[in-house]
Design a binder for this molecule. Structure first.
Ligand SMILES: *Cc1c(COP(=O)(O)O)cnc(C)c1O
Length: 478
């Protein structure tokens, strides 16, 4: 048999370095110029991008320089700048550069973070970083554990699979789960993925401040018990994505303990606020949770993707996710030598912990604390700025760096419908102008503007200029 000519993917060492430097230059250019970049947003239709990017799979390649330039110009530079100081929509992604470097290193060395044997040191970095987070949130470092995931959605899914296994075992036909109408959609998605029926989900209304209404939760649990259901899990939000509101954790923890219900806290958005005194205060009781979702690619200033699930007892994870096919037998480690494939859903995993580890090692917690505190203060300053204007109404006050407000001039008698259409139009015009990324949300049936201010480089000047623009757009829409 004739062996075909060996194919190779080899670039010369010199090529690799030159291309690598070019890639670094492109990224650093982006980092250095992003703050002043205009436009902030990039709206393109499917048709527009299809024309440029839809392509057949090439049988023969072309020079990497051309491929890379094309990608930088037509893909990377044509995306929204989520780390721009005027990116206020959704949850911005103001990643720090050390995180970028760490991702590059982890990818370059292609570290396999599935099992201990593949990279014990990497696993140890993951354990160490996990322990830092456990300590921050007051969970026991010795018995506690966790896993880094691609994001908050996967962390929530992992949490709920664990909660169900611990509380219900195999029969979850009568299990019921409780979350507020402000809880993140990834939770309901996870519940459905896990095979629960819609009838097993209890959406608990929120009070005037968008917190889960305790009384309504208690009623729902009691009624379910009367009907022979098995209340097994409460999902509390520590920082809802809409308003930053933290559910009454202390009270929820008391109910969960009394009722023997799992308490999962979705702190994907707000978790980082634990670094500040104010944040610690509103999240009092979070250390009583059975599991907590944190999302370092949000307010811990990391690049996508890194989410994290923390649990009070690491055995809950191994008890839920350990399956032993024959080919994994030989790599069973000592109990303390964690195989992360036994703690979650993925076998092959990238080395996500490295970026959080390197960022914290480089800057220290104090820098993170300062940045988060700055974000909280900035939102509060914007709140008083808006309150002191006769054109704006604060609908949900600055809470964990999120504020919701609407154009509502006190001197003009405008109907609710008109106010809704003006505020929608402000956001539409802003997105079209690409001056800022700003979108609306709905609170109490009203269309409001929402700003999420977790970028440490956003200034009060950015905010005032954006509000000015909003006022201009409002006048055009009246
Ligand atoms: C963003 C968010 C999630 C989902 O996290 P991803 O990283 O986007 O998957 C879950 N819960 C809350 C409260 C969030 O803000």
């Amino acid at each position: 048999m004739v062996v075909d000519k060996k194919a190779d993917f080899v670039l010369t060492e010199e090529d690799m370095r030159t291309l690598g430097y070019a890639a670094v230059d492109a990224v650093v250019d982006h980092f250095v110029h992003q703050d002043g970049a205009k436009p902030v947003g990039q709206m393109q239709t499917r048709q527009e991008v299809s024309e440029k990017l839809d392509d057949a799979i090439p049988e023969n390649g072309k020079p990497i320089n051309d491929v890379m330039q094309f990608v930088i110009e037509e893909v990377l530079k044509k995306s929204n700048i989520v780390s721009h100081p005027r990116s206020f929509a959704f949850v911005p992604g103001p990643a720090n550069y050390v995180s970028v470097l760490a991702d590059h290193l982890a990818t370059g060395f292609n570290i396999f973070s599935g099992g201990w044997i593949a990279s014990p040191s990497a696993a140890m970095i993951e354990i160490t970083t996990m322990n830092w987070l456990l300590k921050l949130f007051g969970l026991p470092v010795k018995s506690g554990g966790g896993i880094f995931t691609s994001g908050g959605s996967m962390a929530n899914l992992t949490a709920l699979a664990t909660a169900r296994n611990v509380k219900c075992g195999d029969d979850f036909s009568k299990a019921t789960i409780y979350l507020s109408d402000q809880a993140h959609s990834s939770n309901v998605k996870a519940i459905r993925v896990l095979g629960f029926k819609k009838e097993q989900i209890r959406i608990i209304p929120t009070d005037m401040a968008f917190k889960m209404a305790i009384n309504k939760l208690q009623n729902a649990i009691a009624k379910d018990r009367l009907e022979g259901m098995q209340p097994f899990c409460i999902i509390a939000s520590a920082g809802t994505t809409n308003t930053g509101t933290v559910d009454p954790i202390e009270e929820l923890a008391t109910i969960a303990r009394k009722e023997d219900i799992w308490l999962h806290i979705d702190a994907a958005y707000g978790g980082a606020a634990i670094l500040t005194l104010a944040g610690k205060k509103v999240m009092k009781g979070i250390d009583k949770a059975d599991s907590i979702t944190v999302d370092p690619h949000k307010w811990f200033y990391q690049t996508y993707e890194i989410g994290c699930l923390l649990v009070r007892n690491h055995k809950w994870l191994s008890g839920t996710f350990t399956e032993k096919p024959e080919y994994l037998r030989d790599i069973e480690g000592n109990k303390s030598e964690i195989n992360f494939y036994d703690h979650g859903i993925e076998l092959t995993r990238r080395f996500r912990a490295l970026k959080l580890y390197m960022s914290l090692k480089t800057y220290g917690l104090s820098t993170f604390r300062q940045a988060v505190q700055y974000n909280l203060s900035l939102a509060e300053e914007l709140e008083s700025y808006l309150r002191n204007s006769d054109k704006w109404e604060v609908v949900s006050p600055a809470t964990l760096a999120i504020i919701n407000f609407r154009y509502h001039p006190i001197k003009e008698a405008l109907s609710e419908d008109k106010l809704d259409s003006i505020n929608q139009s402000i956001a539409d015009r802003m997105m079209a102008s690409k001056e800022a990324l700003l979108v609306t949300t709905v609170l109490n049936g009203q269309i409001v503007l929402r700003m999420c201010l977790i970028n440490p480089r956003t200034t009060m000047q950015d905010l005032k200029e954006t509000i000015n623009l909003c006022e201009t757009y409002a006048r055009l829409s009246i």
